[in-house]
Design a protein around this ligand. Structure first.
Ligand SMILES: [Zn+2]
Length: 345
């Protein structure tokens, strides 16, 4: 993708977050691989795949294969501390009940998966970590679950409470001091890839969960991002490493770890969870409004505005199920998102 197209497509539109086009080394920190915890993890142990937005490196650990951003933004969560009025502009028609959120079908798939383990006609303590504006949790309100969200951004916490009447704790999970052995359902939907201390977070989740509780995690598939990047680089001559790296294949400013089914389940087992199920989740049909109106609205667009993208994502999703069969059950490069259900041991 050339720079002009990139700016037109992804950078010069209005949305609520505070992400910048370019980051400098002073915005970043280096960190060792959180999966193998190799303290000697350094350039010798990391294979550089590409750089994004200036100083952010996409690397693969040579020891355990976890893909992470190193150097990464020191405080990647700060991207979410935007102004409430800007988020309001992004979501206005959804709040007014005039439009669906473009992720609603993904969220409903997630809730139906959870309900297979914890039926929604039974009361349950439900905790959502990284609630954002509450777009996911709002769809769980008509069930018998008692919903709580934890969200570190003050502006997003306020909006989730104001728009949907949700019970939100404005905090990082580790600082919220939630009760031990309390929750039947804990969810992290499009959240775990943002977490810079996954071991510590999972240990805290383990402490607050009931023994028969379920942990639901959904993340983008790291292998899919590598596939997407390779297609762009090799077939279309886009992307690349170094200062010419302009495509956001890995969303490196916010997604600090890129899990595969193998690295995600390994991370969970290491922190005393047993895996009940892994599955391929539906693709997200990203809204394209900004291409036409310069505003990043969160509601879905008509099919004709992005028919190539929608058909492409749907085809890859179906192909990924066949790919999984061929690979003997492991999730391959064509799956857009991975869901993992786990239980504390
Ligand atoms: Zn590693």
């Amino acid at each position: 993708m050339n720079k002009n197209n990139l700016e037109k497509d992804t950078l010069q539109y209005k949305r609520g977050g505070l992400q910048k086009d370019t980051y400098h080394m002073s915005d970043t920190s280096t960190w060792s691989c959180p999966l193998c915890k190799d303290e000697s993890s350094s350039k010798h142990h990391d294979q550089l795949l590409k750089t994004e937005r200036g100083a952010l490196g996409v690397v693969k650990c040579k020891k355990c294969s976890l893909i992470r951003i190193n150097p990464r933004l020191t405080n990647p969560d700060a991207v979410y501390h935007g102004k409430e009025k800007d988020y309001l502009e992004e979501f206005r028609l959804i709040i007014d009940g005039k439009k669906e959120h473009h992720r609603d079908r993904n969220y409903l798939e997630d809730l139906n998966t959870i309900a297979k383990y914890k039926p929604d006609q039974n009361p349950a303590e439900f905790l959502d970590i990284g609630t954002n504006t509450g777009s996911f949790l709002r769809l769980a309100r008509n069930r018998k679950w008692n919903l709580t969200g934890v969200e570190p951004s003050k502006s997003l916490s306020n909006l989730a409470q104001e728009w949907w009447g949700l019970n939100i704790i404005n905090s990082f999970l580790e600082d919220a001091k939630l009760p031990t052995l309390h929750y039947d359902i804990v969810t992290m939907t499009d959240v775990f890839e943002h977490i810079v201390n996954p071991n510590e977070l999972l240990q805290e989740v383990h402490r607050i969960m009931k023994k028969d509780g379920i942990l639901f995690i959904k993340v983008p598939n790291g292998k899919y991002n590598v596939f997407k990047y390779n297609v762009r680089k090799k077939l279309l001559g886009r992307g690349g490493s170094g200062s010419d790296a302009t495509s956001d294949d890995f969303d490196a400013y916010e997604h600090v770890c890129h899990y595969t089914d193998k690295t995600l389940t390994k991370m969970l087992r290491k922190n005393n969870f047993k895996i009940l199920e892994t599955k391929i989740a539906l693709p997200v049909q990203i809204p394209m409004w900004h291409k036409y109106v310069g505003q990043y609205y969160q509601y879905k667009q008509p099919f004709f505005l992005d028919w190539k993208g929608q058909i492409g994502r749907t085809s890859l999703y179906h192909a990924s199920k066949i790919e999984r069969l061929i690979r003997g059950g492991s999730i391959g490069h064509l799956a857009p998102n991975i869901i993992c259900i786990a239980r504390p041991t």
